[in-house]
Design a protein around this ligand. Structure first.
Ligand code: IPE
Ligand code: IPE
Ligand code: MG
Length: 256
């Protein structure tokens, strides 16, 4: 199990990484993932893009299991961005049906694994059936105490920051807070991530080296990990390799 070739990003040496190689005292609490490459994966197999999105759901299951196993507490998955509305209507419609398909099918197993499903994003523009499905999944897993599986759905970091700014101005004008109280901690409380610590590790699949408007404020000091694997290929071994790589980093947060 877990055997694979590990490419050390620091010295290019290769090493086989197993789950036992992970330092149990340095597991990232919060892992954010940009699940990218579904379309290219499908294209490479001569399939329509939506087949890639469907295959990507299996990768979510694998990652939830692996995260539970190694002791990650929160996984935030970028499922649909505020910019993804620019895609063709048939693809958008398909993506809007996936939460329902995934959550209905997997809810029992997620409950068995004690997973708490959470949704983070803006309801505006989301179809009613999508909102209903995700709220239902949240409700049906809210008593669980294990891994938080947090889906960023219709999420965009700039939109989030604009929204937070407006809410802060509103609360100042209403006299609920004063200008003097505005600091980094307070702003953080107006973001959709207010209940979570900042991500320790970001994983982006498919070889793209950018953030695509994901958690810009929250990832000021997040360790970044990029892999060329397409999201539908991503498995437990890839996840362990990412965590192993994270554990080789020296996090300084500006200090020495
Ligand atoms: C990620 O895969 C899923 C979403 C953005 C919804 P893509 O659909 O972006 O796949 P590529 O990047 O075009 O291959
Ligand atoms: C980021 O992937 C959004 C999600 C994974 C949901 P995109 O495929 O939309 O990002 P770009 O367009 O390549 O930057
Ligand atoms: Mg993409």
């Amino acid at each position: 199990m877990f055997k694979g070739l590990f490419q050390n990003t620091k010295n290019n040496s290769t090493k086989i990484v197993n789950i036992e190689d992970l330092n149990p005292f340095n597991i990232p609490k919060h892992v954010a993932i940009i699940m990218d490459g579904n379309g290219r994966w499908a294209k490479g197999k001569g399939l329509p893009r939506i087949a890639g999105h469907r295959a990507g759901m299996e990768a979510i299951k694998r990652v939830a299991k692996a995260a539970n196993k190694v002791g990650v507490e929160i996984v935030t998955l970028f499922a649909f961005s505020t910019e993804n509305w620019k895609r063709p209507e048939n693809e958008v419609n398909f993506l809007m049906g996936l939460p329902q398909e995934f959550l209905l099918k997997e809810i029992d197993e997620l409950n068995e694994q004690n997973v708490q499903v959470k949704i983070m994003g803006f309801d505006e523009n989301l179809p009613e059936h999508t909102i209903k499905a995700v709220r239902e999944a949240e409700r049906r897993t809210e008593k669980n105490t294990g891994l938080i599986l947090n889906f960023a759905l219709n999420y965009g970091s700039r939109h989030e920051i604009v929204h937070a700014t407006k809410s802060i101005v509103h609360d100042v004008l209403e006299g609920k807070i004063t200008e003097q109280q505005i600091d980094e901690r307070l702003l953080g409380q107006y973001l959709l991530t207010k209940n979570y610590p900042d991500p320790d590790l970001l994983i982006r699949t498919s070889g793209e080296l950018r953030l695509s408007n994901f958690l810009l404020w929250q990832m000021a000091y997040t360790e970044l990990y990029f892999t060329s694997a397409f999201w539908p290929e991503f498995n437990e071994q890839h996840f362990i390799e990412a965590i192993y790589d994270y554990q080789q980093r020296g996090r300084r947060f500006g200090a020495i």
